[in-house]
Design a protein around this ligand. Sequence first.
Ligand code: FAD
Length: 486
Amino acid sequence: MNVYWLKRDFRLSDNPALHYCLKQKESCCVLFILEPSFISAPETSGFHIQSIYTAIEHLSSQGLQVLVLRQEVIEAFELLNKSLPINNLVSHEEVGNLRTFSRDKKVKQWCKENNTHWTEIKQTAVFRRLTNRDERQGYWKEFMYADCLEKPKPDTLSLFIIPEAWQPYQQTLEQVFAGTFTHCTSIQKVTEQAANTVLNSFLFDRGKYYSGNISSPNTALKYGSRLSPHLAWGTMTSREIYQKTQIAKLQYKEMEIADKGKWGRSLNSFTSRLHWRDHFMQRLESAPDMELHPINIAYDALPYTNTANNIEAFTKGETGFPMIDACMRCLNITGFINFRMRSMLTSFACFYLHIDWRVVHYILAKVFTDFEPGIHLSQLQMQAGVVGINTVRVYNPTKQIIDQDKECAFIKKWVPELANTTAVEIIMHEEISVLNYIKPIANKAHLKQMKDALWAIRKTQESKELSRQVYLKHGSRKTPLRKRKL
Ligand SMILES: Cc1cc2nc3c(=O)[nH]c(=O)nc-3n(C[C@H](O)[C@H](O)[C@H](O)COP(=O)(O)OP(=O)(O)OC[C@H]3O[C@@H](n4cnc5c(N)ncnc54)[C@H](O)[C@@H]3O)c2cc1C
């Protein structure tokens, strides 16, 4: 029997693995395995499990039969293989974390021992075994400009079956997912249909205001593309988004409309981010242990303290810093916050609270519905200042109020105990005590301590040499090495 193993690719359109299976013209079983080790992983939350649930539910409603099991992957393959041998296994390449990497190594071994042929197919412009970083751009273009694969016609989906031998293992989605999440209506809905709706509203309406509005949480939640959970769970590919955006850009260019310039600026800025996406995911693909160590190992010596009180206060949004607390509370309920605020949260946790970025990783991954290991780990390390090839940027959470939420509307929404406090009092919270609100749990002295420790490392010859190597292996080729201050 042939098996298409669903991973983070819950869609029918532009689905290379599905397309490959259809071309074989042989029956195939679509399989999703809900692994207990995924459910209990420190980065997993109900937001992620719910996203998978709704995405599969929608695929089934489109006529794709999916066999869903709740087991570890090898156990599931063993079980199925006993009653009907798995001859061919097809899946997409995954740019995952160490857990999925080590699981996939076991799957490879299992396939070898059981005469199962495993075909892994590319679904993103991230390249395995890339030896020369200078060649990435060429491969990127080739992949991103290749034709997107059409959504299969409904009648062709009849090729995907659950064979009789495996039907006894079939349970309803509700049964398999029982007890794994509490349905939450305030997070984005992750289905292929929702992805199309979000993309259309971005390209033909909201996107005009993208440029200039993605830094403030008051506007970014509306004018950002909001495609991240769809990209993360694979309900739409970045290739499809990129190509549709390029076409929209050309159309706006040809139109005689007043907002032509606005559209051009916004869509250019948006497509740059799609480039960044693959650039950062490539980093994890090429350095899988960046979950454990900074990409510049010299920074492993930073003296994080990981105090339980600080971790708890940060996680709950009870630090006494209004912008930090508003963002964390917003994340805990909605599963989303914009890029600038994610950067601020990370630098605050690492520099003010001395929480290790490896701990911040789990706290934030859980509350990001769009958790994508490659972007997440690369950005955490960048914002914590442990990459060595970027300018160290520490966000001052009070300056972010003035810059991004001057009227404190966002803060008042998420920190209700400040609803009747004036904006100036909120902005002055570090100097004056604010009624009904927690006192700040950290101060500039804590910040200075961590900054000094970081600069002490940054100045050493060893860290400079390591940064040079990091650039050669992982750096963006937009700014040449000789222009960078390492
Ligand atoms: C500490 C930290 C952790 C992050 N973790 C994640 C994560 O787990 N998953 C995730 O998708 N994004 C992550 N980001 C990047 C970014 O914040 C989100 O992609 C963005 O806020 C999602 O909103 P959007 O879809 O409206 O983005 P848009 O601005 O509309 O961007 C479109 C797409 O481009 C990609 N993108 C945007 N910004 C970046 C960036 N700086 N680096 C790489 N790719 C980018 C995303 O796929 C995004 O969906 C993180 C950023 C930081 C600072």
